[in-house]
Design a protein around this ligand. Sequence first.
Ligand SMILES: Cc1cc2nc3c(=O)[nH]c(=O)nc-3n(C[C@H](O)[C@H](O)[C@H](O)COP(=O)(O)OP(=O)(O)OC[C@H]3O[C@@H](n4cnc5c(N)ncnc54)[C@H](O)[C@@H]3O)c2cc1C
Length: 403
Amino acid sequence: MFDFSYSEDQLAVKKLVRKFVDKEIMPNIEKWDEDQHFENSIIDKLADLGLMGVCIPEQYGGQGMDYITLAIVCSELERGDTAFRTLVSVHTALNSMTLLQWGNEFQKEKYLKPQAQGKKVGAFGLTEPNAGSDVGAIQTRAIKDGDSYILNGSKTWISLCGVADHFLIFAKTSPDQGHRGISCFIVERTYPGVTTRGFKNKLGIRAGNTGEVFLEDVRVPAENLVGEEGEGFKIAMSALDNGRFSVAAGAVGLIDACIEASVKYAHERETFGKSIGKHQMVQQMIAKMVAGYEASKLLVYRVGWMKNKGIRNTRETSLAKWFACDAAFNAAVDAVQIHGANGYSHEFPVERYMRNAKALVIYEGTREIHQVMQAEYALGYRKDKELRKNLPAWPFEEAKKLV
Ligand SMILES: Cc1cc2nc3c(=O)[nH]c(=O)nc-3n(C[C@H](O)[C@H](O)[C@H](O)COP(=O)(O)OP(=O)(O)OC[C@H]3O[C@@H](n4cnc5c(N)ncnc54)[C@H](O)[C@@H]3O)c2cc1C
């Protein structure tokens, strides 16, 4: 009934990304983090390896691999740094997989294909200055004008805002209808009226690219409406089913990095005549990391398996995201503790892990939002309704034959 082994393809990708991270990211990441520099060339290198569209069907420019492979890519990238896992989370999981699920053939051909090939970068614009967890409170407006919509508003905390070519922008088409009045649009950076501004001095993910998107009388062709008018909230939530999965997978990689650094340091550092790894309280911190790592991995892979089978996974994804991100944050805090004062210094990577890990428990549903969701499912207050469009099951060819 259960198969816990990697397939040959999954193992090959795992090795490939690990090698890539060790060669391209590890030697440079401290400097990029210090300089608050997003290294653009990583996008092209990931594209060359086929990693910008790893779980997008080949017919749309991707590699056609399964959803567990996406999780593997995210875990391995985050072992290097959260910034590059965020790149894949936003570009592939939040944007491209949303186009795969909800886009029409025209949109898949024009936008998904170049994104999956890594020729264009996609981002996801939901959050606004006055609306984060409370998505229904967004104020960006889209008004129909002939065969276009005119968009006005602003988005904040948008990952890749400075590098994305295409944004999925959520805007109100019927402001009096709360979350039922939200629609989703593909907005190109080059459309007149689109401007962006990057943030500096974030707590963490300093090698990442985050900032604001401003929309001033932006004329968006009606053919760029994703799904139907008023379907934006459902589209955003199913995008988050994919984004959260990738964040949870990244958290697994962050715990892996914490274990790696902590075990190394515990062997090297001596107090009271023995290596600190011999002290039980240090062992306890490492044991908790190991437990968090293994349990998170199982939760994440279960979601990957459900996605492969085409089973709705909002509840399981939320649990994996909450649990794995909490475990990653706790592991990073303990990794700093194991390093003592050295953990408090830029000379060791664990302070970066701790700063980065804080974002994981904030974005794509805060820790509290996921706790509320889990309680509501358990109490019977929340039930998932059928969606009009679903993410294709994997293998894609078999899924296609079934249609
Ligand atoms: C590094 C980074 C990158 C990001 N990238 C993107 C991106 O690419 N695209 C995008 O759209 N957004 C992005 N975000 C935004 C992110 O998704 C939001 O910050 C997040 O959803 C929380 O919203 P908020 O910051 O407005 O907090 P709020 O919603 O204002 O919440 C504030 C506090 O109140 C708590 N709270 C709120 N409501 C409840 C409730 N009902 N019950 C219990 N507690 C509650 C929260 O848990 C939190 O502790 C990013 C954020 C960060 C930090």
